[in-house]
Design a protein around this ligand. Structure first.
Ligand SMILES: [Zn+2]
Length: 378
């Protein structure tokens, strides 16, 4: 049983027209789900989480600053908390919109914990950069850490996989010493991309040693190599950790057309990744998965990737072309013409000149990480 979570108040999390992070992406996928997957898959959180509940992740001080700023109260040292910057501008109702998305991810965790669903997809959230005491990288409250924490407090072990192009520094820092969370992030190397962390030697601390895994990928990494890297790390990791569920942050900014990152995945690569993770979750665990959105700054491509994702996890075949009604809605929402083909064209970019070297560097890194964790894992 799969459910897909959405709430119209996710749209309150809107940094403005010129900001890359757009809540319209959630709305586009919601429209696709309604028309193609079926309204019976949809579920809506009744209320946002309240600010006190967030204290299992964020400091009281930070929450109070975010809530005040969101209510239009001027904050003198806002930048200390990562607010009022180009990445995280202050805008009315930002806290409420964000708390609704936290509620969505949390609802998914609850449905899975209560065995009412095997798979839940939240059409929002994935705010993996938010830290205990500050906003970062378009992320105010960390919905993923909140949902994971609620599950580990109930005794569950969680494998967190992050395929966003950026390193999941917020989630990593929050669970760095926690042996109940195995945190795997594949991302474009911090040498080239925000937030500049996520190195192979960041492996966790004390009780959490060897429960943080970072695979920094070379710019221009292509899908085939990405999948190989994922498989080589994911299978030994899940076999060792035996999680109660997988939490997936499904950032779409690893796509080759993303304007903020330089990885080269296509829509077909994403489809393959989703199929593989679904297969492995059944083969090596119990098939339970909680999924969020994430980065993705080519809005049309991101919506297509997540529409494919909803199709894979619900088992409903997607159409090769967006049906007319979906296309019209998407064009109205974005105010422009959209190519109805759901997939990228075959061979959509020129051959990458350093391909062999890129592939070898990435695979060497996986080998190095497996060497580093082997004393702990086996
Ligand atoms: Zn990202």
């Amino acid at each position: 049983m799969c459910k897909i979570v959405f709430h119209k108040d996710y749209l309150l999390y809107n940094f403005g027209e010129n900001h890359p992070f757009s809540p319209l992406r959630s709305l586009l996928v919601y429209e696709f789900v309604k028309e193609v997957i079926g309204e019976n898959y949809l579920i809506f959180p009744e209320a946002p989480v309240n600010s006190e509940e967030l204290e299992i992740i964020h400091t009281k001080e930070y929450i109070s600053i975010v809530e005040k700023a969101s209510n239009g109260i001027e904050i003198e040292n806002a930048e200390f908390f990562g607010l009022g910057t180009a990445d995280n501008p202050i805008f009315p109702k930002m806290a409420e919109g964000c708390r609704f998305m936290v509620a969505g991810t949390s609802l998914g965790a609850e449905l899975i914990y209560e065995n009412r669903c095997n798979i839940v997809i939240n059409l929002g959230g994935g705010l993996h950069h938010a830290q205990k005491n500050n906003a970062s990288g378009f992320c105010l409250y960390n919905d993923i850490a909140y949902a994971i924490k609620r599950l580990t407090l109930k005794g569950l072990h969680v494998l967190y996989l992050d395929i966003d192009a950026h390193h999941s520094d917020g989630v990593q820092n929050i669970f760095y010493s926690d042996d109940k969370v195995l945190n795997i992030s594949l991302h474009e190397s911090g040498e080239y991309l925000f937030p500049g962390t996520g190195w192979t030697y960041e492996l966790g601390r004390s009780m959490g040693k060897a429960t943080t895994i970072n695979i920094p990928l070379e710019p221009f990494t292509e899908g085939e190599n990405y999948l190989k890297v994922l498989e080589e790390i994911f299978i030994p990791a899940i076999k060792w950790f035996k999680p109660d569920l997988i939490v997936l942050q499904a950032g779409a900014d690893s796509h080759y057309l993303d304007p903020l990152a330089d990885l080269m995945l296509t829509t077909r690569d994403y489809e393959e990744i989703f199929k593989k993770i679904l297969k492995w979750s059944k083969e090596y665990s119990n098939g339970k998965m909680l999924i969020t959105l994430g980065g993705g700054y080519n809005h049309i491509v991101s919506a297509k990737i997540w529409s494919i994702m909803c199709s894979i996890f619900t088992g409903k075949q997607y159409p090769e072309k967006l049906p007319d009604r979906v296309l019209k809605k998407w064009e109205k929402i974005l105010g422009k013409k959209i190519n109805p083909e759901i997939h990228d064209p075959e061979n959509p970019f020129e051959p990458i000149p350093r391909k062999e070297e890129i592939n070898r560097t990435n695979l060497d890194r996986v080998e190095k990480i497996l060497d580093l964790v082997s004393p702990y894992w086996w």
